[in-house]
Write a protein that binds this ligand. Structure first.
Ligand code: SF4
Length: 374
């Protein structure tokens, strides 16, 4: 039975685990919240020790055939676009490798012409010897299209549902194949079938009531733990950030609510990986780290070529699928458009130092995979 059935029944029927999770995200007194935080810290220590996996996103392309109201890459946004060549991807990755990273997330907009499965497999293959863990975050694909990417060396697949509310999803995804809610919802299982052994899901907080989004996310996690049991499952809790297009959050989620959600997820799913990105500001990331977070990005850029300015001589605009040469205004910074603004702008070394100072061991390399392939 696909997860869609569980999701559509959630109002009427919730598993005992999801019901207990729901009780954890209702408003709490300070004392109740502190007690949750204590349990969450203990469970995180028991399951993950004092480690924090550090990874970095590498944007391959900002071409996209979808219109998602909240995203800077939406096809109708007149941003400068580029798809990096495989050599340019390697040059960007070399810089990240020199900064210490061995875990990388390859990100791209959805555009089958520019971001094909062969292109993705070529990128992964070119990076496989320098990175112990390669994950992709791209438009959903068929199982058969994922297989060559897995065979090239990718082990992780990240796909956020954005919002689990079908009505809100339909309103915000106004054009392109992403309008198909169920196709996206089933993507983790297709990836698992193809051989991905790290699966990441998430919701974009700010599109719907955070509590409802969180309950659906918890139900999805429970489903994936049962159906993709050989994979390590992780969850991301991104909150909306400013982006080209000027979309504003429709619903708020405070810092404390985000912290409570981290604790509720850890208590309900002691073994789930919890990812915190540079969307959040430095001080909040430092405060959330001990509560249950297990993976953090650092030093991120959200534009292709953002680390070493690769691809800048091929920047263009894409109008109705046609590539149009840009006219630059005097002094305009010629950089590809980013997906959204980041908030924590510290370098990877700074983030690692702060983590060490707080008693964590920053983990740059994915030892799980190294040991299992020995
Ligand atoms: S969220 Fe993804 S699919 Fe939507 S416009 Fe941005 S890159 Fe494209």
């Amino acid at each position: 039975m696909p997860f869609a059935n569980t999701l559509d029944d959630l109002l009427l029927k919730r598993s005992p685990l999801v019901h207990a999770f729901e009780q954890l995200i209702v408003p709490k007194s300070d004392a109740e919240f502190e007690s949750m935080a204590q349990i969450s810290r203990t469970l995180t220590l028991q399951n993950f020790g004092r480690t924090m996996r550090l990874f970095v996103p590498l944007y391959l392309s900002n071409e996209c055939i979808n219109n998602c109201s909240y995203c800077g890459f939406s096809r109708d946004n007149p941003i400068l676009r580029v798809t990096l060549s495989v050599d340019e991807v390697v040059a960007e990755a070399r810089q990240l490798s020199q900064a210490g990273f061995r875990q990388i997330l390859l990100v791209a907009g959805e555009h089958p012409k520019f971001v094909s499965r062969n292109y993705l497999a070529d990128c992964v293959r070119a990076l496989a010897s320098d990175f112990s863990s390669i994950a992709i975050e791209v438009g959903p694909m068929e199982t058969k299209d994922y297989i060559p990417i897995v065979e090239a060396g990718a082990e992780g697949l990240v796909v956020y549902q954005e919002t689990y509310n079908r009505g809100v999803y339909a309103e915000l995804h106004t054009a392109g194949p992403k309008r198909d809610f169920d196709w996206r919802l089933d993507c983790p299982e297709r990836g698992y079938e193809a051989g991905f052994r790290r699966i990441g899901i998430g919701a974009l907080f700010g599109l719907w009531r955070w509590q409802d989004e969180a309950i659906a996310l918890a139900a999805h996690l429970e489903y994936l733990f049962k159906h993709c049991w050989q994979a390590q499952i992780s969850v991301s809790l991104p909150r909306l950030r400013p982006a080209v297009g000027g979309f504003r959050p429709l619903f708020s989620m405070s810092d404390r609510e985000l912290a409570q959600l981290v604790c509720a997820l850890r208590i309900s799913f002691p073994q789930v990986g919890i990812v915190l990105s540079t969307r959040e500001r430095a001080a909040l990331r430092d405060a959330l780290a001990p509560l249950g977070v297990t993976m953090m990005s650092a030093g991120s850029h959200t534009e292709p070529g953002g680390y070493t300015r690769q691809g800048r001589e091929r920047l263009h605009r894409t109008v109705r699928g046609r590539i149009v040469a840009p006219e630059f205004e005097n002094g305009e910074d010629q950089l590809a458009g980013g997906q959204f603004e980041i908030s924590d702008e510290r370098s990877p070394a700074e983030v690692a130092n702060v983590l060490r100072h707080r008693g964590f061991e920053p983990v740059w390399k994915d030892w799980d995979q190294t040991l299992s392939s020995a």
